[in-house]
Design a protein. Structure first.
Length: 548
């Protein structure tokens, strides 16, 4: 199909292609995107051939070839030639691909993504605007068509496209909220373009992709054992629309979590069973991101058992598929960071709602020094709770930016401060529960006055002791209340569930006497071993009979 002079898809970065020597001598100076950099920049021949080959692969729908070019060749060329500078400008690339509008939209998406990820100082205000307009062009092209567009892209690219769209909105919202270093010209520009990266616009795009693909109907039929294609429609049967719809649901999950609407975050995933392998969840980065935001939303809704199950499930998956994340991919660092964050969130949940988890997860918690953090949190170290939460939580956003005439301050931290205060108020209510639990485990009956003495720091007078007993009664009622969570068992919605007690012990108070009982029935190891011995003897008899 292509001659010997065309781009070699098996190209290995590092090979000397002897491109223009002027580029070599000036490359160190031309790290920016300004006039000086463009003046001395000459695109290497290997990059030209790559872009032409990339263009042909997109036009002809060579999906496996595109996957290799996107996952392997683009990162290698980036490392080799564009580590600290942008990819070639739009005008330079357009001449190589006959001004193909669709390919140029896709190229610019990758171009701006690279600037966000690699260029020191990040994107300028103009680049942020241009990236937004490019996304508008892309989604208008996909959504306004009367018939499915003739475009096929690898699922990984589609996931990273939606994920990057939400990320750039998040980045702009934080940039917009930092008023202290902006010139009057920048503030005027922001004020005159208040619809750029507007939260309603982002929500509208994601919901439009969901509606166009009929992905919700497909998931409902799939969950009931039916054929999703029966309700998919013309657009939903097309891989591009179906996968963009599914990934947009995950994008909505993330966006609602960033805005602090945890109920709606879980609700958008109706008919998606997070704990089961779905036919759509074959992109590891998508699966990990989904579990992170679902687990976090459960934690903030005080559904600790569901949060622990969600985190444990995905962390086991990550442990068993480490080789998938060994290569330096676009989202490699993000996956590693989210993994560390989930271990910290799991540690918090286990302190607030103790239960048994997989031994391999326990071992990793020990290796990451999370056990030391858990020890501090169990003894009421509120600072440890706060620092672990701030590290592990998403970077929250306010749905509306501050007015440009506000005091020149940094407002980007306001949302995370608010969410942290909400979480710490919950922790403050449970501060005494780990200590109370440790005492109750030691007794079957315990006078309320005796436990009050244990809990008090100093010797108390009789009046102070009565006051301490009243406070202790409140803490015991809090213990009863906090240990009951809504726990999901089955059903199409992750919001469903039944109230269950997650505590390993229960108690009641009768005439100032606390009566305690274990709720977890101990394993009857004798019966277990007897059954195994009888089974072993039966197998021996069968083997002996076969030999005869």
């Amino acid at each position: 199909m292509y001659g010997n002079d065309d781009y070699d898809p098996n190209y290995e970065a590092g090979y000397d292609y002897n491109y223009d020597s002027e580029y070599t001598s000036r490359a160190g100076d031309a790290t920016g995107d300004g006039e000086y950099g463009r003046q001395f920049y000459k695109m290497p021949d290997i990059v030209k051939k790559f872009l032409q080959y990339f263009h042909n692969a997109v036009n002809e729908g060579l999906i496996f070839e595109l996957q290799n070019l996107y996952e392997t060749s683009w990162p290698k060329l980036t490392e080799e030639y564009f580590e600290k500078r942008p990819w070639p400008e739009e005008s330079e690339v357009a001449t190589l691909v006959n001004n193909d509008p669709v390919f140029m939209i896709l190229y610019k998406e990758l171009y701006f993504r690279h600037i966000y990820a690699r260029i020191q100082g990040g994107p300028s205000l103009e680049q942020r605007f241009n990236s937004f307009y490019n996304y508008c062009d892309l989604f208008n092209y996909i959504l306004s068509a009367e018939k499915p567009v003739l475009l096929e892209l690898p699922d990984l690219w589609l996931w990273e496209l939606v994920d990057e769209f939400v990320y750039q909105f998040q980045s702009f919202a934080q940039y917009r909220a930092r008023l202290q270093k902006k010139s009057p010209t920048e503030l005027d520009t922001l004020n005159n373009n208040n619809k750029v990266w507007n939260v309603l616009c982002v929500l509208n795009v994601l919901h439009s992709l969901v509606d166009k693909s009929n992905i919700k109907q497909q998931l409902e039929v799939y969950a009931n054992g039916g054929d999703p294609d029966s309700v998919a429609g013309d657009f939903g049967r097309h891989s591009l629309y179906k996968m963009l719809g599914y990934f947009s649901l995950v994008g909505l999950l993330r966006l609602h979590s960033l805005l602090g609407d945890y109920y709606q975050a879980i609700k958008v995933l109706e008919n998606i069973e997070v704990h089961k392998k779905s036919q759509f969840a074959h992109v590891p980065a998508c699966q990990i991101s989904t579990s992170y935001y679902v687990g976090f939303a459960y934690m903030m809704m005080r559904r600790y058992a569901d949060a622990i199950r969600t985190f444990s499930s995905i962390l086991l998956y990550i442990q068993r598929t480490k080789q998938l994340f060994a290569s330096k991919s676009y989202q490699h660092d993000q996956i590693n960071k989210q993994t560390d964050q989930m271990y910290n969130l799991l540690a918090i949940c286990l302190v607030l709602h103790p239960q048994c988890i997989d031994e391999s997860i326990q071992q990793t918690l020990r290796e990451k020094n999370c056990h030391e953090k858990m020890y501090k949190m169990q003894y009421g170290d509120l600072q440890e709770f706060e620092s672990s939460f701030v590290y592990a939580c998403p970077k929250f956003l306010s749905p509306f930016p501050p007015p440009v005439d506000s005091l020149p301050e940094d407002y980007s931290k306001e949302a995370i401060k608010h969410q942290t205060s909400v979480f710490m108020a919950e922790v403050q209510q449970q501060k005494m529960l780990p200590t109370i639990r440790s005492y109750l485990k030691l007794y079957t009956t315990l006078p309320l006055s005796k436990l009050a003495l244990f809990m008090s720091q100093n010797q108390e007078t009789s009046e102070d002791l009565l006051k301490e007993m009243r406070n202790l009664t409140i803490h015991l009622l809090c213990f009863k209340h906090k240990m009951k969570n809504i726990v999901w068992s089955k059903g199409p919605s992750g919001l469903e569930g039944k109230f269950q007690s997650g505590s390993e012990l229960d108690f009641y108070i009768d005439n100032d006497m606390i009566h305690i009982a274990d709720t977890k029935v101990a394993h009857r190891y004798g019966d277990f071993f007897i059954r195994k011995i009888l089974k072993f003897e039966e197998l021996n008899r069968k083997l002996h009979h076969l030999k005869i």
